[in-house]
Every structure is written in structure tokens, then in C-alpha cells.
Design a protein around this ligand. Sequence first.
Ligand code: IPD
Length: 275
Amino acid sequence: MSDSLEEYLEVACGLTKEVGQIIRNKIWVDKQSIVTKEHKHDFVTETDQEVEKLLITGLSSQFPDHKFIGEETTSSGVKAEFTDDPTWIIDPVDGTLNFVHGYPNVCVSIGLAINKELVVGIIYVPVPDLMFTAIKGKGAFLNDKKIHVSNVKNLTDALLILELSGGAIAERRQTYVDYVSAFLCHVHGIRSAGSAAYNMAMVALGGGDCYFEIGIHCWDMAAGAIIVREAGGVVFDTTGGEFDVMSRRVLCAASEELAKQVVPYIKQTSPARDD
Ligand code: IPD
């Protein structure tokens, strides 16, 4: 089994590097062709669609019996089917809003689940060429160098990562304003990268200590969940319960102690599940 996981990772990393070149070539090209999805700040570009197609075509030619859940395929109306079959969960461009603006925190995020368990994760940040990877039980790596979460256990010592997305939706806007005012007097600082996958990679790296978000999708967090865990961190539901990749809720941290201190501040909601 572990040989196969290594082969899956190797093939997926090769394809990810190839599509990363497309993202690098296009990020600062004048105007991306943009379409909006769920709301007026929810974008998709031709590059999202092109990259997803290349990844799915490349992976399915090597692994014809594997299944796929892709952000753009799902947005076009194909229902996500999460079964026990090996399933690649793909966000071709996580941080599309960043991409549209030319802000380089943009990731390709790919998780592989087998029997619904995440076993391989890749987060590739093509502009600075950062390749985060993990295989279940084998640790987490950045460009082949082993990485580990920080040793922060207290909120008062933490660099907290918060997404400030959903600006087009009044209720979400207020929630983020409330979070900033609630946390700012406790933590060392707050950062917001504009990509869930990037945020999770930062927790895995020890660059940030805790990140949570409600309303993101399985493709935003599948790869990050295994990478954070393999880097020694914890991944929970935002209530502090068991993480469920289809639930659209994630809380990850350098330690369980830190995660549990953050839970009481989170405004819990239950968006429609991905499956
Ligand atoms: C978005 C990013 C962002 C998060 C949004 C996601 P996308 O993903 O991960 O950080 O706050 O909720 O939709 O659309 O750029 O793939």
C-alpha cells in the first residue's frame, strides 16, 4: 500500500509542477477571463478550468479506476460523489481572488482519499515554488525537507490565521469584523492569505499557529488536513469535534490546547455539506 501511495504522490506532484507553470505564466498577464459563481466575489477563471482539466486527465490516464471531486467540475453542476474508491479532491487554483488580482498566494491543492480517509496531500504554491506534500504516516515536507508545526499552546502566544473572505455577504462580513475585534487583543497577530490551502500549509510549516474557517469546501481543505496532521498538528471540526472533510468546517492548529482555546470564539454555522 505505501509503495502505491508514493507512486500516487510522485505522479500527482509531476502534474502539479506542470500546471504550476501555467499559473506562473498567467498570474500577471493583463486580464484573466473571469466568471462569478455563488456571489459577486466568488470567481472562476479560464485558468481554474484549464488546470483542473489537465490534472484530471493526467491522473485518470495513470489511474483509470480512480474518482475525482474537482472544484470547477462540481461548480458546473456535477454532484460530488465521495465513496470508498480512491478519490482525488482537487482545487486547481485555491485563492482565485488572489489570482485575479495578481496577488501570488495561489495554490494547487490536491488530496487523495481512500476508503474516505485522506492519505496523500499536495499543496503547491507555484509563484515562489513551494511544494508541500504528505503521505499518511510518513510526515510532511516542504520541497523535500521535513516540516513541523510550531510548539505554541496558548492563544496569547499565537499568530492566528483568519480569512477575511465573503465581503459580498453582509452576515459573513460582520462575523469577520467580530473575529478581528475578539482575537486582536489576545494573539500576537492576525494574518489573512486569501487561500485556505495556503493557510493550512502555513500551520503545517509553523509559520502560523492556528486557522479556522466555516463555508470552505472539501477541495480547499483535503490536502491541508493531511499535511497539517503529518506535520504534527491537529485538525478538528470548528466545534472541536472530529474533522469531516465534507462538512465545510475546519479548525487546525499547532496543538490541541490551542485549538480548544479558539473554539469558544467561533460563530458556529452549518453550511450545506459537499456530499
Ligand atoms: C477560496 C479560498 C479562500 C476562502 C474561500 C474559498 P477558491 O477558495 O480558499 O481562502 O476564504 O472561502 O472559496 O474559491 O479561491 O478556490
